[in-house]
Design a binder for this molecule. Structure first.
Ligand code: PAF
Length: 291
C-alpha cells in the first residue's frame, strides 16, 4: 500500500499538481469535510477509475454552517481519515493548515433556480457557503474530474450548474448513495444517532423508496389512486412521523435536472424524490429516483 502525499500548503499542492500534469497524469478530486465513511470511499473509487491520480481534501468549511449549527462539534478525525484514504488508494490528501478565507473575503456566488427552495428554505445561507468553498477548492486543485455524492442531490445539481455557468474546466460526476445493510444512507452525522434514532433512521429509506415506486406507478395495481402525488406524499409523511421522526423539513417530488417541484401527474421523467426529516434535531437527508 503506497502512502499518499499529505499536503497542507497551497504552494506545495500546486507544485505537485503541475508536476503530475507535466508527466501526462489526469487528476480526479473528492472534496470532503472529513469524518469519512464508506460513502466517501466509494467516491474515491470512482475517481480512481476516471483519473490516473486521486486527490482528496479534508476541510470543515465554516462558511456552510449557520450560527448555532454543529461547526464546533462536527467530527474531526484526521488520523483515522488519513488511514482510510490511504487504504482507499488516494494519491494526495490536501488538508489546508489554516482558514481558506482571508479576513476581508468579500466575493460570493449565488446559484439561482436549482439553488432556490428545498434545503435553502431550511438553511438559507448553506449553499452560499458550499459553492464558495467548492469554487475555491476547484481553483486550488484544478482537477479534470470531481466527484460529489448523490446523497446531497441539490448540492450536486447546484455544483454542476455553477461549473457550467462559470466555465470551470472540470467534469462533475455524481456518485451513487452508499447505504448500510438496512438501506440507511451513510452520513457523517449518523454518528450522532442513539440506538432508537438508528432504528428510526433506517425506516426513512424504506418509506422513501415505497413512495417513489408508488409515484412512478409501479405499485398502481396494489394501491388504487396512487398516482395522486399529494396523497402519496401525505401518506409517506405520516409514515415518517409514525416511524419516530420529530418533523419533516420537506418531502418533494422534483424534476431531476431543474429541481422544479412536480405536483401533477403525468409528470416528465426523470424525477427524483427528496426528503429531509429530523430526529432529535439531527437532520437526515435521502433521495431516490422516482421514475
Ligand atoms: O458534501 C460535503 O461534504 C461538503 O458540502 C463539501 C462539498 C465537501 C464542501 O464543503
Amino acid at each position: 500500500m503506497s502512502q499518499p502525499l499529505i499536503i497542507r500548503s497551497l504552494r506545495e499542492l500546486r507544485a505537485q499538481i503541475w508536476e503530475w500534469r507535466g508527466s501526462g497524469e489526469t487528476i480526479g478530486y473528492v472534496p470532503t469535510m472529513g469524518a469519512l465513511h464508506e460513502g466517501h470511499l466509494s467516491l474515491i473509487k470512482i475517481s480512481r477509475q476516471k483519473a490516473s491520480k486521486t486527490v482528496a481534501s479534508i476541510y470543515v468549511n465554516p462558511a456552510q454552517f449557520a450560527p448555532g449549527e454543529d461547526f464546533d462539534s462536527y467530527p474531526r478525525e484526521e488520523q483515522s481519515d488519513i488511514d482510510k484514504l490511504t487504504r482507499a488508494g488516494c494519491d494526495l490528501i490536501y488538508i489546508p493548515s489554516s482558514s481558506l478565507y482571508a479576513n476581508d473575503h468579500s466575493t460570493y456566488i449565488k446559484v439561482n433556480g436549482v439553488g432556490d427552495g428545498l434545503e435553502t428554505d431550511h438553511r438559507p445561507s448553506f449553499f452560499e457557503g458550499v459553492v464558495l468553498i467548492v469554487m475555491k477548492l476547484l481553483n486550488r486543485v484544478a482537477p479534470d474530474v470531481a466527484i460529489f455524492g448523490e446523497k446531497d442531490y441539490q448540492q450536486l445539481t447546484i455544483i454542476r450548474k455553477m461549473v457550467r455557468d462559470m466555465d470551470i474546466p472540470v467534469k462533475i460526476i455524481g456518485g451513487p448513495i452508499a447505504r448500510d445493510a438496512h438501506g440507511l444512507a451513510l452520513s457523517s452525522r449518523n454518528a450522532y444517532l442513539d440506538e432508537d434514532g438508528l432504528c428510526t433512521a433506517r425506516q426513512l429509506n424504506k418509506i422513501l423508496h415505497r413512495c417513489a415506486r408508488e409515484l412512478a406507478g409501479e405499485l398502481a395495481g396494489e394501491l388504487a389512486g396512487s398516482a395522486d402525488i399529494d396523497e402519496s406524499l401525505t401518506r409517506a409523511k405520516a409514515d415518517i412521523i409514525a416511524a419516530g421522526f420529530d418533523s419533516i423539513d420537506y418531502l418533494e417530488l422534483v424534476d431531476s435536472r431543474s429541481l422544479a417541484i412536480i405536483t401533477q401527474t403525468p409528470f416528465t421523467k426523470p424525477a427524483r424524490l427528496l426528503v429531509v426529516a429530523r430526529y432529535k434535531g439531527i437532520r437526515l437527508l435521502d433521495n431516490c429516483a422516482a421514475g
